[in-house]
Write a protein that binds this ligand. Structure first.
Ligand SMILES: NC(=O)c1ccc[n+]([C@@H]2O[C@H](COP(=O)([O-])OP(=O)(O)OC[C@H]3O[C@@H](n4cnc5c(N)ncnc54)[C@H](OP(=O)(O)O)[C@@H]3O)[C@@H](O)[C@H]2O)c1
Length: 291
């Protein structure tokens, strides 16, 4: 069935991680398209800066404090949104962090934090908005996955684990919610410059010593690859926001939307290459000794 375009079938949108990066760009763009947007995050200064922008531009854009890792904080934020705007029509789970580390070395505490934020956090908020969506037989859950939710690179074990889990839970949800008129969509961006990369470097600093250990070659090649992709990325958070807007307007939306060329490539590589062929490409790329 071809997807039809519907404008603003949904009105109230809550975006976790909506105060920075991809979530913030989506918050602004959806508000510009007359959705009533609540952008959630922990940092008060970021929330205030975005709320200020909303006021200056007369956009239907508000902010709310929420730590997706904390039950009480999520309850408080949802109660606040409902008190201000009624039931939530669209939930966008964008809050996310990334630890880069070899699986042998990653500390359990960091791995838990990784999954708590990117996976359990999304489940925590989703479970709390679904009953009202199901009752009203309308709603949309948008989960911000990644190309790393399709393909795993060395050092991406912790992050990809969280995104693979998010992909699996989204697939389960989509099937379970089918009769209730609730859509579940995965957004899979490749590399888009935001504060995410610097935050990841900071979170991963306990593993700096690993750069000269047994995984030194992988690190060297990873840093070289990243320098190229960082320098060359022509994509902006607004490119991702446009895809989210398109997904919200499609009826029915696709289960998955890629953003960026590298995410498209990842999708096709995963479909077309055998595990062995993909491994051999990765091993050539990341274990090659270069001068
Ligand atoms: N940028 C990329 O290249 C890229 C590519 C693929 C996928 N993604 C995914 O896209 C999502 C957004 O990434 P981004 O680039 O927008 O990152 P970002 O610029 O670092 O923004 C992350 C947002 O998440 C919030 N956040 C982090 N931990 C949180 C927590 N415990 N509770 C509530 N909010 C929290 C941050 O706000 P506070 O710190 O104020 O809470 C911030 O608003 C992530 O899930 C990421 O994995 C990004």
């Amino acid at each position: 069935m071809a997807a039809r375009e519907i404008s603003n079938r949904f009105s109230t949108v809550l975006i976790t991680g909506g105060t920075d990066g991809l979530g913030r760009a989506a918050a602004v763009m959806l508000a510009e398209h007359s959705y009533r947007v609540f952008a959630a995050g922990r940092d008060a200064a970021r929330r205030e800066a975005l709320a200020q922008l909303g006021r200056e531009r007369g956009l239907p854009l508000e902010t709310v404090e929420m730590d997706v890792c904390d039950d009480a904080s999520v309850e408080r934020a949802l109660a606040e949104v409902r008190a201000r705007a009624g039931p939530i029509d669209v939930l966008i789970n964008s809050a996310g962090i990334s630890y880069l580390a070899p699986m042998e070395l990653v500390q359990m505490e960091h791995l838990r934090r990784q999954l708590e934020t990117n996976f359990f956090g999304a489940v925590r908020v989703t479970q709390r908005v679904l009953p009202e969506m199901r009752e009203r037989r309308r709603g949309c859950i948008v989960n911000m996955s990644s190309a790393a939710g399709r393909i795993v690179l060395p050092l991406f074990g912790p992050y990809s684990s969280s995104k693979f889990a998010l992909e699996a839970m989204s697939d389960a949800l989509r099937l379970e919610l089918h009769p209730f008129g609730i859509n579940v969509v995965l957004i899979e961006p490749g590399y888009i410059p935001t504060g995410f990369q610097a935050a990841s470097v900071a979170l991963s600093s306990p593993y700096a010593a690993a750069q000269s250990g047994p995984y030194a070659t992988i690190y060297k090649n990873f840093l070289r690859e990243r320098k190229t992709s960082v320098g060359q990325s022509p994509y902006t958070p607004e490119d991702c926001a446009r895809v989210i807007l398109r997904a919200l307007r499609a009826s029915p939306p696709r289960p998955r939307y890629t953003v960026t060329r590298i995410a498209q490539v990842a999708k096709w590589v995963k479909r077309l290459l055998s595990d062995r062929a993909l491994d051999s490409y990765m091993i050539r790329t990341y274990w090659r000794e270069r001068s």
